[in-house]
Structures are given as C-alpha cells and as structure tokens.
Design a protein around this ligand. Structure first.
Ligand SMILES: Cc1cc2nc3c(=O)[nH]c(=O)nc-3n(C[C@H](O)[C@H](O)[C@H](O)COP(=O)(O)OP(=O)(O)OC[C@H]3O[C@@H](n4cnc5c(N)ncnc54)[C@H](O)[C@@H]3O)c2cc1C
Length: 283
C-alpha cells in the first residue's frame, strides 16, 4: 500500500519502494505537473513520491576518470559547474528559460524520454551511463539502453534514476546546436551534439547524436566510422557528402513542431556546419 510508505523519503531504496507501490517520482516537477493537470481534473492522480531529500541523488562528484552527476542536479547547476563537460553544459543551457532551469533536473529530462529532450543528444555523444537504484539492487546501463521509445524507459517498476556517469577524458572538441522556433521555452525541431577527439590535425574519434529526428536520439555510427582517423583537411572536403548521409540515416516525422522534410534538410546542414567548424584551425 503506497499510503503506508514515506512519500518524502531520505533514501533511494525507500523512494524506489514508494514507486513500486504506485507513487510517481517528482524531481523538479516541470514536466510532471503539466502532464498531471488532465488527471487532476478527473481526480485520478496517483500520489507523488518527492525525491528532493534523497542525498545520493544529489551533487556532482569526480570519480576516477569520470563524473557522477546526481539525477536531481538542475540544469542551472550543470550550466554553472566547472566540471560539467562543455557539450553537456551547452545543451542544458538551451532548456526552457532561466526560471525553468532552476527547477528542471537532468534526471527528469532523461526519464521523460522525449526525443526532443535537450540533454539526451549530448549524453549519447558522451557515451554516458546511468546508475539505477532499485529496492534491492543497483545497476548501470548505457544511456541508449535506458531510453526505449518516446516516453518509455527501461526502468523497472521499483527503479529510479540515481545518477549519470560521464567520462571526463574523452573528447577535446564539441559542437552543439538546437534549432527551435525561438530561443526560450521551445522544444527542438532538430538538435545535434558532437564530441570529437583531434590530435595533430587528425580526427581520432567522433560521436554524433541527433535529437528530435527519430523515436529516440539517433547516433550515426556509420558516419562516425567514416570520419575516424582522417585528416581535418580531408574531412572538411567530405563534409557535404557526410551531411547527406546523415540526412538519410535519421528518421524524422511530421508533427506539430516541424515537417520531416525540414528536419532532414536542417539535420544535414547542421552536420556540414559542424564538420567545417570542428575542422577549422584552432588558435
Ligand atoms: C515551459 C516549459 C518549457 C520546457 N522547455 C524544455 C526545453 O527547452 N527542453 C527540454 O528538454 N525540456 C523542456 N521542458 C520539459 C521539462 O522541463 C524537462 O524535461 C525537465 O528537465 C524535466 O525535469 P524535472 O526535474 O522537472 O522532471 P519532473 O517533471 O519532476 O519528472 C519528469 C518525469 O520523469 C520522472 N522522473 C523524474 N526524476 C526521476 C528519477 N530520478 N527516477 C525516475 N523517474 C524520474 C517523473 O516521474 C516524470 O515522469 C519544458 C517544460 C516546460 C513546462
């Protein structure tokens, strides 16, 4: 019975037990409260379990070669923390508006599992992992195995997202761009997050993730393979061809925010711009 469990728990295990009993996790509430409005009118809203007292879901901690980001970390905290990877900080800075970023958490952004969720392409490009907290056990998954479909995750009924783990020593160049109708409070029509490692004018590795152009974020592994170990000059010359390949790889749809054709064209153009910008000499 959910009513016999603490709905403002202090541990991840207690919070997971409340979720297993039917309570809905509340982090920043920015997504949840919009969606609960309809249920509220019919009086059929399940109870909430508030996560804010769960200390293990908080904070940004340096691990060995990695960063552990508690799921309750807000977008504003990520934007201002000196250890936040540049790519993730750039993506989180585009979420909503300043007021929204003070409440919205990265955990809520992930668990909403929207293809247009702004932190997701960056997390895919960083090869992030997630730490899940259950009643009896914890487990870790790559981010792309957590997000299954629009609005659906692989979380079990008794599991919560505790933290996100990102490596701190992967990429040395990044590119992030969100295309939306206006700068604040607008979801992406298309977004692109790229993390790259360059040494001696050679691109050693590149991870490319598009948002809002498929049911989940789309990684472009074939293009990544074609880019690996190529000189920047050579890569710049192939930028248009690779951009066309990206436009074929994605799976955009027509919806309220945009058309599939627009998304396909813009996604290709974004990758072309990104490749030219990553290949440009640094001062
Ligand atoms: C005006 C407005 C503008 C917005 N603009 C953007 C935007 O530009 N970009 C964008 O990506 N999003 C945007 N959003 C959506 C939303 O603000 C973000 O997705 C936000 O990051 C959600 O975080 P939250 O902490 O508020 O989540 P909540 O609303 O608390 O939760 C969201 C969902 O995740 C679940 N959940 C939360 N935390 C956990 C956890 N630790 N474990 C398991 N489940 C959990 C909740 O049960 C709920 O189903 C906008 C929303 C509004 C209202």
């Amino acid at each position: 019975m959910v009513s016999q469990l603490p709905l403002h728990p202090c541990t991840g295990r207690e919070a997971a037990a409340a979720k297993a009993a039917g309570a809905v996790p509340y982090a920043g509430g920015t997504d949840l409260m919009v969606r609960r409005a309809a249920a509220r009118r019919t009086g059929q809203e399940p109870p909430l379990v508030f996560l804010d007292r769960v200390a293990t879901f908080r904070g940004i901690t340096a691990l060995d070669g990695a960063l552990r980001i508690g799921s309750l970390t807000t977008m504003a905290e990520l934007c201002s923390h000196p250890a936040t990877p540049g790519l993730l900080g750039a993506a989180c800075a585009t979420v909503g508006s300043p007021a929204l970023r003070n409440a919205a958490t990265i955990g809520g952004n992930i668990c909403t599992a929207s293809p247009a969720g702004d932190s997701l392409p960056a997390l895919y490009a960083l090869d992030a992992e997630v730490e899940l907290c259950g009643v009896d056990t914890n487990r870790r998954l790559p981010i792309d195995r957590l997000i299954i479909a629009p609005g659906q995750t692989a979380l079990k009924p008794d599991e919560l997202l505790a933290a996100i783990i990102v490596s701190t020593d992967t990429a040395d160049r990044f590119y992030y761009r969100k295309v939306s109708p206006r700068l604040a409070n607008a979801l992406a029509k298309v977004s692109l997050a790229v993390a790259a490692t360059v040494h001696d004018q050679v691109l050693l590795e590149m991870r490319i993730a598009f948002g809002a152009v498929g049911p989940t974020v789309i990684r472009c592994s074939e293009i990544e393979r074609q880019c690996r170990n190529r000189s920047l000059a050579d890569l710049a010359q192939s930028a248009r061809r690779l951009a066309d390949l990206a436009a074929e790889t994605i799976r955009p749809i027509d919806d309220l925010r945009s058309s599939a054709a627009y998304r396909r064209t813009v996604a290709g153009n974004l990758l072309e711009t990104c490749l030219h910008s990553l290949c440009a000499p640094t001062t």
